[in-house]
Design a protein around this ligand. Structure first.
Ligand code: SAH
Ligand code: SF4
Length: 378
């Protein structure tokens, strides 16, 4: 019965070593196993030909490598690909692959729903359902590599996904204990082997966990700023009431002492008549004088219930000009995958309608979702 099997996607490499030790296997066996799973994308233990037969049989009865069932898989005209995963009990999360000339970026979800409830975010509007497990976070990367490799295209690197951004559904730092082992797997040379610069955590500003991340796993950091002052940020990102700008910016400075890049990326969704005036841009330029940063302006992806609109092109241009003249590197994010609702903040689009998701889940092949707590974690 699969219920009793341990999903090995749950374990960081040191945890897998420990897991294998309890089976009486040597540490190097765990490393071989990890490479088969994460680097070769193999889930069938019998296909792991250099593992001893006895070990394979042992694995067969105790473990599995399993991603949540896929509800839908769409490819956009621009090559962006989006998967919707069924994580059980009517919950679904999305993962988006964005191919570029020399890299492939995977946008990964960390929670089903989100409790932060930013005004402009459809995931927030959906409310919070639950944290994803490490296995569910890692499965998005594992499954994307497997499926992309099978699509017959040429990729510039050995594995299609070269960069990961934790910018899908959910607030990654509010799912810290599952996030860290997932990040460790992304970085581990026996697993995905991505450099710390190629893995980005995006946060709405959960200050205490920014500090912990700087100690435990200092990957690149993006901070969702969206407003240059507390009054406006309180309104757009309610978490600001708990961790106001001063504290957030101090935390950014502390993070930079450990970060793999010498700047923080500030994300800023451009909302017509709300946060997009020239005055706002000047206030941001003041912030940038204190925190080494780059700005990534995100065109707002509207959804009906938000009551918000995207900024007009001349407003965006004037905004960029102010920041650039102040010496702040500023980019405007290209919108990708529009035709399949894969752009930022649209990720929950399909999920919003719970009935439709439920129908689709019911018609999908039923494969049980593994829910387990990690044995080797405190
Ligand atoms: N919770 C984390 C990461 C997920 S959201 C965070 O907030 O940073 C990833 C990015 O998408 C964030 O910068 C978020 O502000 C942005 N976003 C959310 N809704 C959006 C929308 N409707 N249009 C454009 N960007 C949006
Ligand atoms: Fe949550 Fe990020 Fe959406 Fe805010 S923008 S509600 S933190 S997912």
């Amino acid at each position: 019965m699969t219920q009793d099997l341990d999903n090995l996607l749950e374990y960081s490499v040191p945890e897998l070593v420990q897991w294998c030790t309890t089976l009486g296997e040597k540490p190097f066996r765990a490393k071989q196993l990890s490479k088969w799973i994460h680097q070769s994308g193999v889930a069938d233990f019998e296909a792991m030909t250099d593992l001893a037969k006895s070990f394979r049989q042992n694995l067969q009865g105790k473990a599995c490598v399993k991603a949540p069932p896929i509800i839908s898989d769409h490819v956009s005209k621009d090559g962006t690909r989006k998967w919707l995963f069924d994580v059980g009990q009517g919950n679904a999360v999305e993962t988006v692959f964005i191919p570029e000339e020399r890299r492939g970026t995977l946008c990964v979800s960390s929670q089903a729903g989100c409790a932060v409830n930013c005004r402009f975010c459809s995931t927030g509007k959906q409310g919070f359902s639950r944290n994803l497990t490490t296995a569910e976070i890692v499965a998005q990367l594992w499954q994307a590599n497997v499926l992309l490799k099978a699509d017959g295209r040429e990729y510039p690197q050995e594995r299609p996904v070269t960069n990961v951004v934790m910018m899908g559904m959910g607030e990654p730092l509010l799912n810290y204990s599952a996030l860290v082992p997932a990040l460790q797997l992304m970085l581990d040379d026996q697993a995905y082997g991505l450099s710390r610069r190629r893995v980005t955590v995006s946060t709405s500003g959960v200050v205490p966990f920014m500090d912990r991340l700087s100690q435990d796993c200092p990957v690149a950091l993006a901070v969702s700023l969206h407003a240059p002052n507390d009054a406006l940020r309180d309104h757009l990102v309610p978490l600001n009431k708990k961790y106001p700008l001063r504290e957030l910016l101090d935390a950014c400075l502390r993070y930079l002492n450990h970060a793999p890049r010498d700047f923080i990326t500030f994300e800023y969704v451009m909302l017509d008549g709300v946060n997009d005036s020239v005055e706002h841009a000047h206030q941001l330029a003041d912030i940038a004088r204190h925190v080494p940063c780059k700005f990534n302006l995100i065109p707002f992806n509207p959804f009906p219930e938000s009551g918000l609109h995207k900024s007009k092109a001349p407003a965006i241009k004037a905004f960029v000009d102010v920041l650039t003249q102040a010496g702040v590197v500023t980019t405007v994010r290209k919108t990708r995958g529009d035709d399949i609702d894969a752009a930022c903040g649209q990720l929950a689009g399909e999920v919003m309608d719970r009935t439709r998701v439920k129908e689709r889940i019911e018609t999908a092949v039923p494969v049980e979702v593994l829910k387990r707590s990690a044995k080797f974690r405190n």
